[in-house]
Design a protein. Sequence first.
Length: 384
Amino acid sequence: METARQAFFDLRGLLDWAPDLVVAAIILGLAIVLALGLHAAAMAILQRLNARWQHPFAITLAAETRNLSRVALLAIILGLALPAAPLGPDARIAIGRILLLTFISVVGWSAITAAHIAADLYLRRFRLDVDDNLLARKHITQVRILRRTIDTLIIIVTVAAALMTFDSVRQYGVSLFASAGVAGIVAGLAARPLLSNLFAGIQLAVTQPIRIDDAVIVQGEFGRVEEITSTYVVLRLWDLRRLIVPLAFFIEQPFQNWTREHGGMIGTVMLYLDYTAPIARIREKAEALAKEARGWDGKIIAVQVTDAREATIEVRILVGAISSGMAFDLRAEIREKMIDFLQQEYPDALPRSRQQTIGSVVSHVTVKSGADPLAAANQHSPPA
C-alpha cells in the first residue's frame, strides 16, 4: 500500500510542469487503468485455480461477484492515488467519502451474495417434490430463515458502517450510547418490531414449529406454508388465496400443524347407508380401492360403523395418505368409487323410503329405514 501511494506521489513530482487539473486527471486515470489490469489478472489466476480445484462455491462466487470485486478494487486503488492528486480539500474529502461508501456497500453486497450462494448450494441436495420430504422441509426452512436473518444483520451493519463515516452521525451515536436516557428508550421502542421479528425468525429456525410446505390451520383457515420471510409468513390457502401472518404469531399464538412430525395424513370418508348395507363387502371393497389408489400409504385402511340413526347407519372409512397434499384427492377417489360400487352391485344399500299396506287400509306412509312400520301406520290410521 505504501509503495503504491509513494509511486503516485513520485508521478506527481514528474508532472509538476502540468496544470493541477491535468495532473489529477492523469493520476486518477492511471489508477483506474491499474485497478482494471490487476482485476483482470486476478480473475485469470482465479479461473485457472477453479478449473483445477472445481470447487462449486468458489466458481459461483467468482462469477457472481466479478463486477463487485472490480468496483471494490477500483475504490481501493483510487483511494491510494487520491492524496497524490492535486485537488482542493473539499473535492478530496468528497471523493474520498464517496470511495469509502462505495467500498463499504460493495463489501456488504458481496457478503450477502456469498451467503446466498452458500445457502443455494447446500439446498441443492434436498427436494420438496418427493413423497417423504420431511427432512427436506426441515433443512429448507432453517436455511431460508437463517439466510434472511443474516441478510438483515449484514444490511444493518453495512448501513451503520456507512453512517458512521459522517461526523454528525458518529457524534450522535456516541452521545446516545453514553446517555442511555430518554433517547435510548425511544430508539429501543422504535427498533422493537424489527428486533422481535429478528429473534422470532431465529427461534423459528431453531425450534421449527412450522416448515416450508407444512399443512397448517391458522385462525380457521387451512393452507400450506409457501414462504417464510424475515417479518411474515405466506400461507397458500386451498382456494389459492394467500394469508399473510406476522412471524411472531407462530411463536405467541396456538395453531394446528398437520405435518409437524411426518408428511402423511389420515383421510376420512363418511357414507350414510341403509341398514341392509353389507358391511363386510364394503370393507373388502375399501381395501381393494385403497391398494389401487396412488396416494395410499400402504398402512392404514379401516371401515367402521360409527353411528346408527333412525333412517341410516353411518359408515366411516379411514385411509392413510402418503402426504397431506394427496389426502384430499385420496378421500375423493375412495368416496366416488365406493358410491359407484354400491350403485352397481348393492343399490338397496343406499338410503331409501318404503311404503307398506297394513290390513284393509291402504296407507301411503313413508317408513324410514329402521323404523317400526306398525307404529307409523297407527299414527296415520283413521280413528275407530
